[in-house]
Design a protein around this ligand. Sequence first.
Ligand code: NAD
Length: 397
Amino acid sequence: MRVLILGGDGFCGWPTALHLSDRGHDVAIVDNLSRRNIDNELEVSSLTPIEPLGKRLQAWKDVSGKTIGFHRFDVAQHYHRLLSLLQEFKPDAVVHFAEQRAAPYSMKSSWHKRYTVNNNLNATNNLLAAVVEAELEDTHIVHLGTMGVYGYGTAGMKIPEGYLRVKLETPDGLVDQEILYPPNPGSIYHMTKTQDQLLFAYYAKNDKLRITDLHQGIVWGTQTAQTKLDDRLINRFDYDGDYGTVLNRFLMQAALEYPLTVHGTGGQTRAFINIQDTVRCIELAVKNPPQRGERVQILNQMTETHRVSDLAKLVSVLTGAEIDYVSNPRNEDKENELYVENRQLLNLGLDPITLADGLLQEVTEIARKYKDRCDLDKIPARSTWTHNQKPGEPTVK
Ligand code: NAD
C-alpha cells in the first residue's frame, strides 16, 4: 500500500512511518517541523537525542535499504501543496497525526489557544477537502483522536467505541438510535479533537469518505522494534510540563531521584497504551477500512486504565522514588472511574504490552541512560487552565 503520514516526524508518527515501511508499504512523510520549533519556543528538548529528519531517513535507508519520502510543508496552511501531493502520490491510506497535541500547551495563553484551533481544525479540514477534490474515492483516512473527547464523568458506564445508543421519544413510541458520544472536552486541545469528529462525520456522510478515528489513550514508552535498530532512529521522549505525559514525567523524576509530582489527590483515572502497540494498532486500522458510504469507524485505542496515584505508587515501588502531591493546574474532577470498551482492536488481533511488562525497562533503558540531558526546571507543569492560578504548589502531603 502507499501510505502518506501527516506529522511523520512526531512521537507517534515517526515510529509508525518506520513500522509501515518495515512491513513493505511505500511510505511518505509530511511534516512542517512545528514540534521541533515548539521545543525552541519552550527552551526544552527531547530527553533522547533525536536526529534531524534528514539524518533519520538516511539511517533508515542504511539499516533497511528502504526509502521514505519527505515533504516539508504546513498541512493547515498550504492546501495546494497537499492537494498536488495527494494527486501525485495517490495514497491508499493517509494517517493524520499533524496536530498540536498537548493540552497544557493549548491552555498557555490566548495565542496558544488560537494557534491550536487554527492548526488542528484547518489541518483536518484541508485533508478532507483535498481528498474529495483529488477524487481519491477509496483512500482511507486514519486519524489519531483521543480518549479525552469523551470526558471522564461517565457515572460508571463503560465508554463505548464512539457511538452511544439512545432511545428517542417519538409520536410512535420509543425509537432506538446511535449518536456520536456527546463530547465533553477538558481543554482547547481536546475541544479541537471533538470538532474533528464532526468534520469526519460530515465528510463521511456527504462525500462518502472512508474514515477511521482512533480514540487513543495516553501513550507511554519510547522505542519500537524499528527505532531500536540504530541510535540515529531513536524516538523522542518528552518530559517537560507541557508535552511530557504523566507517566514519562514520573519515570524522569524517578531516574533523577526527584519526588514524583502527583497533581491534586491523583484520583484521576486515565487510559494508556504503549508506543509499540500504537504502531500495531495503526497498521491494523490501515488494513481494515470501513466501506464507502459507511459511517466513521471509531476504535478506542487503549489497552489499560490506571489511577494517577496508583501509577505513582507503581513507579515508586520500582525505583524507590518519593511521591509529592502538588496543586492541580488543570480544571478537572478530583477523582473519576474509567471503564472503556476496546474490543474492536483486540478482535483484530492486538496483543497488548502492559505497564507491568515494560515499565522497568523504560526506566533503565531511557530515563536513567539519558538523565544527564534533563533540565530539572522544565519538569513542573507551568500552564494553568484558569487565570490567577499558581501551578505546582504543594498542597496535600
Ligand atoms: P507530536 O507533536 O510529537 O507529533 C505531531 C507532528 O505533527 C509533529 O512532528 C509536528 O511537527 C507535526 N505537525 C503539527 N501540525 C502540523 C501541520 N499543520 N502541518 C504539518 N505537520 C504538522 O504528537 P504525537 O504525540 O506524535 O501525537 C500525534 C497525534 O496523536 C496527535 O494528533 C495527538 O492528538 C494524538 N494523540 C497522542 C497521544 C500521546 O500520548 N502522544 C495520545 C492521544 C492522541
